[in-house]
Design a protein around this ligand. Structure first.
Ligand code: NDP
Ligand code: 8X3
Length: 254
């Protein structure tokens, strides 16, 4: 097959940067997307290739992001693998103590941004008869729990959107995968989520071994490199030190 073009959102940190490194090592042409242009430039320089296009974009501005993708120059416009990785969690409060502004950032980034990227690039994939949309969900999209009402709901959206896309794309040759990580360390996600409160970040990882960003990049690369007739629907990965909790019970009175 010709050289593949892989577009990764959220390439300036964590999972996205690890995905960029893995596909660069495979010789793919890359489109790297995030808001911090200096970090994109640094990654492109590190990868040391002349077939990388960087796109400074805020995916939560869905219309502008979609327009920017439609204006990608050739040959970067013919995206074979779209990794919808950019995502954010804001706050870890109970829903009743949260605020609409934080909720809105998660919805606009994790849902609006993800569907904008997909909608912009899907028609080209269908026209070419090949392509792969890889969405990054989360275990909390399946497993409910406290302090995740909006973030978890955005990731439940990612799962159902991915599965319904598959139904629509049946017969087109275009593949869709939802990769659902559990707790990952060594990314900026938890630091962003706790507003830079490093005591809370340390408490999150204390006494357990989280996944690393490359564990998820590995799964993404694996899904993307199956034979063309194979569609990996969902990959759910947790650290060994994470599992599910039993339904909670409030015991009232004496
Ligand atoms: P990081 O915070 O390390 O990286 C997030 C990336 O997304 C950064 O490159 C950031 O770049 C980019 N980004 C955030 N908001 C926007 C935006 N509005 N527009 C463009 N780019 C944006 O997170 P992870 O690598 O840990 O997370 C990657 C994905 O994995 C996310 O979808 C997350 O929800 C999911 N996930 C993470 C888990 C974890 O424990 N870390 C667990 C399960 C799922 P920049 O700031 O330069 O724009
Ligand atoms: C994030 C998972 O457990 O940090 O997708 O909320 S968790």
């Amino acid at each position: 097959m010709d050289k593949q073009t892989v577009l990764v959102t959220g390439a300036t940190a964590g999972v996205g940067a690890a995905v960029a490194r893995r596909f660069a090592a495979r010789g793919a042409r890359l489109v790297l997307v995030a808001r911090r242009g200096d970090r994109l430039d640094a990654l492109a320089a590190e990868l040391g290739r002349d077939d990388i296009h960087t796109l400074v974009a805020d995916v939560s501005d869905a219309e502008a992001f979609a327009e920017a993708l439609k204006a990608l120059p050739a040959p970067f416009d013919a995206v074979d693998v779209l990794v919808n990785n950019a995502g954010i969690g804001v706050g870890r409060d109970l829903a009743q103590d949260s605020n609409l502004a934080d909720w809105s950032v998660m919805v606009r980034t994790n849902i609006d941004g993800l569907i904008a990227g997909t909608g912009a690039l899907l028609p080209g994939m269908v026209a070419r008869g090949r392509g792969h949309v890889i969405n990054i969900g989360s275990v909390v999209g399946e497993w409910p729990g406290p302090r995740n009402a909006i973030y978890g709901a955005t990731k439940a959206f990612v799962r159902q959107f991915s599965l319904c896309l598959r139904a629509d794309l049946l017969g087109t040759g275009v593949r869709v995968t939802d990769v659902e990580p559990g707790i990952i360390g060594a990314t900026e996600f938890t630091t962003v989520r706790f507003g830079g409160d490093m005591d809370q970040v340390r408490a999150m990882y204390e006494g357990m071994t989280p996944l690393g960003p490359d564990d998820i990049a590995d799964a993404i690369e694996w899904a993307a490199t199956r034979p063309a007739h194979v569609n990996v629907n969902i990959v759910q990965i947790m650290p060994v030190d994470q599992a599910f909790a039993a339904p909670a019970v409030a015991r009232r009175g004496g």
